[in-house]
Design a protein around this ligand. Sequence first.
Ligand code: NAD
Length: 420
Amino acid sequence: MSTSVNLYQEAAANVAAAAETIDMDPKVRAILSGPKNELIVNFPVQRDNGEWELLQGYRIQHNNVLGPYKGGLRFHPAVDLDEVRALATWMTFKCALVGLPFGGAKGGVAIDPAQYSAGELERVVRRFTHSLGENIGPEYDIPAPDVGTDARTMAWMMDTYLNSRGSGERQGARRVVTGKPVELGGSLGRAEATGRGAAYALRHFYGELDRTLDGETAAIQGFGNVGSHGAKALGELGVSLLAVADATGAIHNSGGLDIDALVRHVAAAGGVAGFGDSESISTQEFFALDVNILMPAALEAQITETNVDLVRADVILEAANGPVTAAAAMALDDRGIEVIPDILANAGGVIVSYYEWVQNKTSDQWSATDVDTRLRDTMWNACDRVAAQRENRGCTRREAAYIEASERLQSVYSLRGIFP
Ligand code: NAD
């Protein structure tokens, strides 16, 4: 993303700091300091008006020591190589942290999906998938939805991939992507997983403080997949949602927003702007709101050195990837504002993606309750381990999460050895 913050440098700095703390083997440190594979593909797509465009797509595979590469596919105009490198790095550490047998990857195409018709988007997805060729696969690299992509995107990816396989391979190959529509082998609970997982991480944090969430107030940035499902999950815990910001603007109601009505409004209008029963506020006013919980669920680098002083929340729940820059995180820590870090807070998505992959492998379908119970237990197990690291080492929760993930990666490398 084109901000003054280089996300990849930030991701690399987190990794290097954890490596230093645990005195990581220099060989492992070197391996984790950069992605294994970086793929750039240029592919032509015909627009509805007959004109042709050459689009550029990326797939960055950071590390696969724990299992197949795993990570989302993003369609957003600000996508660039360093952003995708950062997102791929975070996936490696996220999967290691929550104990999944997956590595880290990410893909992206720098387009604004809102400017493309459904037919144009389908051509983009199919052509990009075809260009990736053998660089994705059900045991090799498994994409999923991210910003600007969804279950429909995954259906097109899966169909394109299957059509390029021999008939004997096709049935097993549908797990080449996760986050599919349930009818095509998607898991119940996958759409809700990232938002619900974030709510579980928050509940764990409140539990550590011996407090409940009932009656707390929240502001959420981003009302797409993660933000809207996160809002519902927080609502179930008794949290009142006072404000939401997205690409179209920011809205506020001091008495609490009606989440179901807002979901319907966003589906019809494309964003939160213009929602009745609320007042429009500026982005600055949004970040400065006096709420207990601030949940960024949109893009990276949203809370930076320039606006961190505005923040009045008690806790920041990083449901997006990289929304709080390193400098802002330090300033928040100085003020005693807790940050529940992204690689923990938003791990619910990849956790249930893993469940989807397992269900596809075993031709099984788990109930929504089964998925949600497993998600909760896996999140709370990771939260316990991060809290213990934090306590033992006297560090921030973000540092603790990287240390915990790094210890797992280091131990796997030391058991396997490094070839040659
Ligand atoms: P989405 O495309 O469904 O929603 C994105 C939201 O961000 C939309 O509401 C959009 O309006 C808003 N947005 C875009 N630009 C903005 C801007 N400049 N200012 C304010 N809001 C803006 O995406 P998503 O899947 O909900 O992903 C959101 C975040 O969560 C991303 O950081 C993503 O990497 C992360 N994440 C997603 C998943 C998942 O399962 N989808 C899993 C883990 C992490």
